[in-house]
Design a protein around this ligand. Structure first.
Ligand SMILES: *Cc1c(COP(=O)(O)O)cnc(C)c1O
Length: 438
């Protein structure tokens, strides 16, 4: 042990162990104390301390864009680029042509211009930051018109009315929860109106009698009064999902083409890259936003930029994007492929004496990003010998944590989000949880 740990770490662990044993004796616990026992406890403590807090895990939920589990897995190309940029100096903010200070955002503008045909673009820490920065720059002290049907809360802490308040802009709600007409927007416009904002209803749907005023209708209104149209798109989708059998999700290109002046979206939802918030659109507005002093507080790290540039480049060839960006690949994966993986997992578990079934089921791949979108998948079910909630807890607390679904008192492993190279670890974790009875 003394060769494995520095002296101060060791002596601290011994001290803490003895203190905790003393405490237990004081509380009247009847424990046997000997050198072996103390050594054992010290070893356990050191092992716990040595473990990272942030660890990889196996996502068997079928939710591809799972915010609590880290949202998107990066494409291999992005990972390699991050490693390269992180281990060397780079031209992050250095113009090689002039030998002078450059801009950190130039590295993603080229790819973005090619993919979404935006006039200009910048990127900040996340989409919440992007929305905040746009409102603070373009509408501070003035009014922003938003439909009552779009005053969304995302992930508990991002609520449009609160972001608005903190940005210094005033929310001007129009219409009703289910219907907002063009004349509702027009009536709200006055000399203090700075912006018309449309928010994509990312994590919910209003059904029944509804009327949403779409971007095509709002653009002429904005032009008539000289008010920019901003769209918070949320997901940052670059490809037409309908072509691949999913529901239509508005793409960034399409919203810009319809005439939106500023569009914001996340880097790690459907886009499938690193955590970031993009602001794209009319050069004059993006320029103004980029000069906001708060930009510095929201700026992105070089590793993020490296990952984003590599991810964005993959979109130049759509086929490549779908194959190489894990988020897209998993969402669009052919059910027959998923079934193959489920069968493989099932076979390996049976070999270990664990009874399983492979069944057709539905994944909700988008989490909050594509609500109500269920796609056909294949799952492996296990009937554990203990309460399924207890079994699921064992799986969470194992050496290699596994997160599962529980349905009809069965443990459900959705093969959609299980990575090929994780399968041996998955089997090991399930074996341990299944046979370990304490
Ligand atoms: C997800 C989302 C956000 C927040 O984006 P983050 O990147 O998580 O900060 C904001 N607006 C909409 C519409 C979203 O869907």
């Amino acid at each position: 042990m003394s060769s494995q740990y520095p002296h101060n770490v060791l002596s601290e662990a011994v001290k803490r162990t003895i203190d905790s044993l003393r405490e237990k004796i004081k509380e009247g616990e009847n424990i046997e104390i000997n050198e072996e026992k103390i050594l054992e406890e010290v070893k356990n403590l050191l092992k716990i301390q040595n473990k990272f807090s942030l660890n990889p895990l196996i996502n068997a939920t079928g939710v591809v864009i799972h915010t609590n589990l880290g949202r998107s897995l990066l494409p291999q190309e992005a990972i390699e680029q991050v490693v390269k940029i992180a281990s060397h100096y780079s031209n992050l903010e250095y113009d090689l042509e002039s030998g002078e200070r450059g801009k950190r955002y130039v590295h993603i503008i080229d790819a973005l211009k090619r993919i979404v045909k935006a006039e200009s673009a910048i990127v900040v820490n996340n989409n919440a930051g992007a929305v905040f920065l746009c409102l603070n720059t373009l509408a501070k002290g003035r009014e922003v018109v938003v439909s009552r049907g779009e005053l969304v809360e995302i992930g508990g802490s991002f609520r449009i009315p609160d972001v608005m308040k903190n940005s210094g802009a005033f929310l001007r709600e129009v219409g009703t929860t289910n219907k907002t007409h063009l004349h509702d927007y027009e009536r709200a416009i006055n000399e203090n109106t700075a912006l018309i904002l449309k928010v994509h209803q990312s994590n919910f749907r209003i059904i029944g009698f509804t009327k949403e005023t779409n971007i095509e209708e709002l653009v002429p209104l904005g032009k008539k009064y000289g008010i920019p149209i901003m769209v918070d798109l949320g997901s940052g989708c670059f490809i037409d999902l309908k072509k691949y059998g999913l529901i239509h999700e508005p793409t960034v290109q399409e919203v810009l083409l319809k005439g939106a002046d500023v569009v914001t979206f996340s880097g790690d939802k459907l886009l499938g890259g690193a955590q970031a918030g993009f602001i794209v659109g009319r050069a004059e507005l993006v320029e103004k936003i980029s000069k906001n002093p708060l930009m510095r507080a929201l700026r992105v790290d070089k590793m993020t930029l490296a990952a984003l540039e590599a991810t964005l480049r993959l979109y130049i060839d759509e086929k490549k994007a779908i194959m190489k960006i894990p988020t897209l690949r998993m969402i669009l994966e052919n059910p027959a492929h998923i079934k193959k993986r489920a069968n493989k997992i099932s076979r390996l578990l049976r070999k270990e004496g664990i009874p399983t079934k492979v069944k057709e089921d539905i994944s909700m791949p988008g989490g909050g990003s594509l609500p109500e979108v269920g796609v056909k998948t294949f799952v492996v079910t296990i009937n554990p010998k203990i309460v399924p909630q207890e079994f699921a807890k064992k799986l969470r607390l194992g050496e290699q944590p596994v997160i599962v679904r529980i349905k009809d008192d069965l443990i459900v492993l959705d093969a959609r989000t299980i990575q090929e190279d994780e399968i041996p670890f998955l089997i090991k974790a399930l074996k341990k949880a299944y046979y370990d009875d304490n």
